[in-house]
Write a new protein. Structure first.
Lengths: 558, 272
């Protein structure tokens, strides 16, 4: 049966189609936006409401072993916020726990409760892809996918060391297809491998990795090339070396320069934009980073904003996790994922009276406010590393409301704004259109999600309708309606229906013969047989192929 | 005073938020409309209990006749007043309580007085594991207050406790005083395996059988004055039955746990 809906008279913000606050109707048919509808179809009165496309979180952590570990590590946080099952049309939903790392069903409900309808987990070890798909299937209301961790994969590094670039690319493509990933991620490229081999880390872009002749520079450029060669919808998603270290902006800038025009998306750039001396206190280097990014269209980034309050560090950057554990004495879990990567998890708290945390908070805001092109900026807290996604409304208010921002600035300890552009009084306030870009249009476009982030004909009918007026935090905390795939899931602020999203995955372009060539190396390095490695298509929800019709390697990896 | 009388068979009901001070001036109908978490959903208090209110002077009091309703987390965060449970209570009774008094005429579940910082809990029956201990995932257990269990307790009584007193009339199961940072666990009966395992500081006083870990070292035999005073306080003002002969004996002191800081102690009563 054809399902139609006319969303009448809302103030529409659809910057991808040049619509900035026009009062107009949005038409929905069978889960998509359409240009025309016959008269007499059901209507939703959106007068007085602001109409956005559904939110797209390009960088969060909501599935996989690290999330499970975080929940097990901090039962006290889960206990503090029990979430009763919502009463839904046709039955009761699922109860869960909230806190910084909500349980799976609760994650979907809470995201939808903010108007988000798609999310990408930014770090899944391909070996854990099966679990991640299963877990994402239990996160309702979101179309979701993940980025596969490739930057410390021993098999790939060995191919690079042997100078076999073509086999490196096809192996990366095969792994992505086998895992059902949307794109590729490199975390502290080479640094994790070095740490696992007994070194403390790599110190910079040209440090040899674990006694090999290759360096992070080689890994970064090879992966950036591979993303292009494989025709991935999203470029290399890069977590640079030296995360969180004072003075790491030099490494970040060197990495940007090393790309020499290749496309790359810099993850949680805030954590990589510090001046100062190693071992000392960090200061802001956001102006220098912003200047470089502003001048190079091949680069995009998500901010990874720190929000004061509880957070959970969960990172494939094992040495960084270990360092934080040593610094804070907090409980910590380390997970070694054999030849692929690792993972460190520890509960954390950002405090506004802590100078280091205050610097981090300020650096994030600077990156937002100094960015000239919002289409290359993505709003994120690196959930839950910088804070929960549930803090997005507050972050939006910080961007839209200078008076509120200045009030918050006054709470920071003296000296925290040294070197910061905020100290000079950044006046910029984001507009609703810019918020729509950094929370919807830009992340969708950067991820290659052509049917998301906009409201043009053919787009997925994912929308969030917010009441206008009041402060931005209140507005974005409580959408009046949320529509997912044409179904009104949230009405008058109450979750009424739950629908299943689809798996967002790419179609990497590689030679179908790659599997056979990869087999000997795979069988000699992995603890599981190659035939058991690919995740079966039945494990994935619906059909959310992005950037192509079918993988050139076949619909099922061989 | 408010009296709640169970009218249903219901397990897995969260009693968090059921505090005497919350209902000090509330009408019966208002109390009955309070929503409690019940398994995956919520239920109105009035669906589970008959509610009666009676005017009273002094500190607010909540009396619960649970019947078939098992309430978990009752008295969580309590600051003042009194809760009387005329029957059994569930897990986390008085968790993180700050002040006030809880009396249980029957037994209760795990984590009684977990992470409490003040107040008084008396359980006439038995208590489950981790009485006065850290709640799951918590870094430390009780940091103040008194827990009296007239019966026996489960594993890890006083786990990671920081301050305060847990007195047990019967026996304690394994690892009593586990990972304690300070405070006192006093057991009139025997203790199970690995008593005071990984304790840093604090005292575990045992009047019955105990088999110690090799990481505890004999120090001396003596008559600690603080124990004589403590026993007198327990049997007098706190009406906690302490056999008279316990007041006469001496104590062998074992220092440990030397796998940790080694500043804790186990005091074993001896009928000298």
């Amino acid at each position: 049966m054809t399902v139609r809906l006319r969303i009448r008279g809302g103030e529409v913000y659809d910057p991808a189609n040049g619509v900035e606050g026009d009062v107009r109707d949005v038409l929905v048919e069978d889960g998509r936006i359409v240009a025309d509808l016959p008269a007499g179809v059901p209507e939703l009165d959106a007068r007085g409401l602001v109409v956005f496309p559904g939110g797209v979180d390009l960088h969060c952590h909501i599935a996989g072993s690290k999330v499970t570990l975080a929940r097990r590590l901090s039962p006290e946080r889960a206990r503090a916020e029990g979430l009763p099952a919502p009463e839904l049309e046709g039955g009761t939903g699922r109860a869960g726990t909230g806190g910084v790392v909500p349980s799976s069903f609760a994650t979907g409900y809470l995201y939808a409760g903010l108007g988000y309808t798609a999310a990408i987990d930014a770090a899944i070890a391909p070996l854990g892809a099966r679990q991640a798909h299963a877990e994402l299937a239990d996160v309702p209301l979101l179309d979701s996918g993940f980025l596969a961790l490739l930057g410390n994969n021993a098999l790939l590094l060995s191919l690079l060391e042997a100078g076999e670039r073509e086999r490196f690319v096809e192996a990366a493509g095969w792994i992505l297809e086998a895992a059902g990933a949307l794109g590729m991620k490199a975390v502290n490229p080479g640094g994790v491998a070095a740490w696992k081999a007994g070194a403390s880390n790599v110190a910079g872009l040209d440090d040899p990795i674990g006694g090999t002749a290759i360096t992070p520079r080689v890994v970064v450029t090879a992966l950036a090339d591979a993303a292009a060669d494989l025709r991935l919808p999203h470029p290399l998603h890069l977590h640079c070396n030296n995360l969180g270290m004072p003075g790491n902006a030099a490494t970040t800038l060197a990495t940007m320069q090393a790309l020499e025009g290749r496309r790359a998306h810099f993850a949680h750039l805030q954590f990589h934009s510090y001046g100062g001396e190693p071992g000392g206190l960090p200061v802001s280097a956001a102006p220098a980073i912003s200047e470089y990014v502003n001048g190079h269209e091949n680069l995009s980034f998500d901010v990874g904003q720190v929000m004061f309050g509880p957070a959970t560090v969960m990172t494939a950057d094992e040495p960084a996790g270990y360092l934080l554990h040593r610094l804070t004495g907090r409980k910590w879990v380390n997970l070694d994922i054999e030849v692929e990567t690792g993972c460190g998890v520890l509960p954390f708290e950002y405090r506004d009276r802590n100078r280091v945390h205050a610097v981090q908070w300020a650096v994030g805001l600077e990156l937002f406010l100094l960015a000239r092109d919002p289409w290359r900026v993505v709003l994120s807290t690196d959930h839950p590393n910088g804070g929960s996604f549930r803090a997005y409304p507050r972050l939006i208010r910080l961007l839209m409301d200078r008076a509120f921002r200045d009030e918050e600035l006054r709470r920071l300890p003296e000296g925290a704004l040294a070197g910061s552009a905020l100290a000079d009084g950044l006046e910029r306030e984001y507009t609703l259109s810019e918020i729509s870009i950094v929370t919807r249009a830009a992340p969708a476009r950067l991820a290659g999600l052509t049917r998301k982030g906009h409201l043009g004909p053919g787009a997925d009918a994912d929308l969030a309708l917010y009441p206008k007026g009041g402060d931005a935090e209140a507005m974005f905390s409580a959408p009046r309606y949320v529509i997912k795939g044409g179904t009104v899931v949230l009405e008058e602020g109450q979750l009424r229906r739950s629908v299943q999203g689809v798996t967002l995955r790419s179609s990497p372009l590689y030679d179908p013969g790659a599997a056979g060539r990869l087999r000997p190396a795979f069988e000699s390095r992995y603890s599981i047989r190659m035939d058991n490695y690919p995740v079966a298509a039945e494990m994935m929800r619906g059909e959310g192929r992005v950037g192509g019709d079918t993988p050139s390697g076949g619909s099922e990896p061989a | 005073m408010i009296t709640l009388t169970g009218r249903a068979e219901a397990h897995g009901v969260s009693g968090e938020g059921l505090l005497p001070e919350s209902f000090a001036a509330a009408a019966e109908s208002e109390v009955a409309r309070t929503r409690l978490r019940f398994g995956a959903e919520t239920a109105e208090l009035g669906d589970l209990f008959h509610v009666r209110t009676a005017p009273g002077a002094g500190e607010p009091e909540l009396r619960i006749e649970p019947g078939g309703v098992r309430l978990h987390g009752l008295g969580t965060g309590m600051t003042r007043g009194r809760i009387v449970v005329a029957g059994n209570a569930g897990d986390r009774l008085g968790a993180a309580m700050v002040g006030g008094e809880i009396l249980v005429e029957g037994s209760c579940g795990d984590c009684t007085g977990g992470e409490m910082t003040g107040g008084f809990i008396r359980v006439h029956g038995d208590a489950g594991a981790r009485a006065g201990g850290a709640l799951a995932g918590g870094p430390r257990g009780m940091a103040g207050g008194v827990i009296l269990v007239h019966g026996s307790v489960g594993d890890e009584a006083g786990a990671a406790m920081r301050r305060g007193l847990v007195a047990i009339g019967g026996s304690a199961a394994a690892r009593a005083g586990f990972h304690a940072i300070a405070g006192t666990v006093l057991v009139l009966g025997g203790v199970g395996e690995a008593p005071a395992m990984a304790t840093k500081r604090g005292s575990l006083v045992v009047f019955g059988e105990a088999r110690l870990l090799p990481t505890f070292r004999y120090a001396c035999e003596y008559e600690p004055t603080f124990l004589r005073l403590l026993l007198r306080y327990l049997s007098g003002p706190l009406a906690f039955a302490v056999p008279e002969r316990f007041a006469r004996g001496r104590f062998r002191r074992f220092a440990g746990d030397f796998s940790q800081l080694g500043k804790g102690e186990i005091l074993l009563w001896t009928d000298a």
